[in-house]
Ligand binder design. Structure first.
Ligand code: XUL
Ligand code: CO
Length: 441
């Protein structure tokens, strides 16, 4: 076993501390105060912030029009095991300096995939042993692991939903290895994001067979992990499209239906991503609410889209009002079930200083912290909850309460309406609701 690395990658940057809104230090938190208690819990425990290995340690800014622009000092070794250890050293230095407690990975973010399955598995086992030591010495934990069953060309027609059983089996082998790695590192959850699980054209697709195969596949993965003693939660991460034209886990409602259809409701919840919500023509808060209503609000992939672009730009969160509306749902539904807030976001292609990664994560954490404070104040001190209750007051007593309790028949509605006459016009007062959010911001 190689010695744990002692090289410093982010020189000149120390631990990021909370200094408050008045601080002019760009490398300090203005709102994220980890130990501050809000609504009965510390900010640290509410959020469980995590760093996404794939963007922060691996993503050098390549796009369809040009190669990466970022030169990462941890990506110089030609030996894959050495490169993986260097990357892990940089990851843990960064996470620790941010004061975060968690990270998330895909299998082949940790180490490059080898030519054979057997050698890939060995590489993963070696880096997992190294990460285990890094976790033990730093206290940093694994929020979730996942497998990348979308980048390798073998998955061009899908992974679990591939029309060829050999590819389905290969994806199964990969998921088994990724589950083993996640369990060895005491990962708290495991994610399935089906980047290639969907179709480009219905003409060449047997949708029913593909979806049933995915259901079988997820059950096999769950049964295997449970058999090995895994107690964490499995998450489906919905996304409507990109890279496929139509992904099967389109949005929260679609994914909840599949979870129930395939009998996975006791083990699976959702990982809601902001930019995936907006690509599905929903708001982030809508997707959170749909998940919460089903008791399946498991985790969040934090980022933001762009109002003008129709693709997954994965920018760091900075929209206070959008995040405040999300935090209202978050607080009212009792937070996340098992998961945390993973910054599935990348710095822009021309943000090429190592320091920019710190600015990005500081901004993301501060956005959530500020939004949480605003949402808490709105719930505790404003007229918001009263106004919302008032809007539904007709179900609190009389016939409305009987209806809500399931005690009326259609003819009872007929009789009530016949006596009551034309219903009074009642304003929805949207502008007033919006003003309250603004007032507490
Ligand atoms: C892709 C995406 C993935 C998942 C994990 O849009 O969000 O990074 O979070 O596979
Ligand atoms: Co994501």
């Amino acid at each position: 076993m190689a010695l744990l690395g002692d090289k410093e990658y982010f020189k000149g940057i120390g631990e990021i501390k909370f200094e408050g809104k008045e601080s002019d230090n760009p490398l300090a938190y203005k709102f994220y105060d980890p130990e501050r208690v809000v609504a009965g819990k510390t900010m640290r425990d509410h959020f469980k912030f995590a760093v996404a290995y794939w963007h922060t340690l691996c993503g050098t800014g390549g796009d369809p029009f040009g190669p990466g622009t970022k030169v990462f000092p941890w990506s110089t070794a030609s030996d894959p095991d050495q490169a993986a250890r260097d990357k892990a050293d940089a990851a843990f230095e960064f996470i620790t300096k941010m004061g975060f407690d968690y990270y998330c990975f895909h299998d082949f973010d940790l180490v490059d995939e080898a030519d054979s399955l057997a050698e890939s598995e060995k590489r993963i086992e070696r880096i997992v042993a190294y990460l285990k030591e890094k976790q033990a010495s730093s206290g940093v934990k694994l929020l979730w692991g996942t497998s990348n069953c979308f980048s390798n060309p073998r998955y061009m027609n899908g992974a679990a939903s591939n029309p060829n059983f050999d590819v389905v089996a290969r994806a199964g082998a990969q998921v088994k290895i990724a589950l083993d790695a996640t369990m060895a590192l005491e990962g708290e959850n495991y994610v399935f994001w089906g980047g290639r699980e969907g179709y480009m054209s219905l003409l060449n697709t047997n949708m029913k067979l593909e979806q049933d195969n995915m259901g079988r596949f997820l059950n096999m993965a769950k049964d295997y992990a449970r058999g090995q003693g895994f107690q964490g939660t499995f998450f489906i991460e919905p996304k409507p499209m990109e890279p496929t034209k139509h992904q099967y886990d389109f949005d929260a409602a679609t994914s909840i239906n599949s979870i129930r259809e395939y009998g996975l409701q006791d083990d699976f919840k959702l990982n809601i991503e902001v930019n995936h919500a907006t690509l599905a023509q929903h708001t982030f808060q809508h997707e959170l609410q749909v998940a919460a209503n089903a008791g399946m609000l498991g985790s969040i992939d934090a980022n933001r889209g762009d109002y003008q672009n129709g693709w997954d730009t994965d920018q760091f969160p900075n929209n206070i009002l959008e995040t405040t509306e999300a935090m209202l749902v978050f607080l009212k539904s009792g937070g996340l079930q098992g998961g945390g807030i993973n910054f599935d976001a990348k710095t822009r292609r021309n943000s090429t200083d190592l320091e920019d990664i710190f600015h990005a994560h500081i901004g993301g954490a501060d956005t959530f912290a500020r939004a949480l404070l605003i949402a808490d104040a709105v719930l505790e001190h404003s007229a918001y909850e009263g106004l919302l209750q008032q809007r539904y007051a007709s179900f609190d007593n009389g016939k409305g309460a009987q209806f809500k309790a399931g005690k009326l028949r259609l003819v009872d509605l007929y009789e009530h309406a016949s006596k009551a006459g034309e219903p009074a016009q009642i304003s929805g007062k949207q502008e007033l609701f919006e003003n309250i959010l603004n007032q507490y911001s």
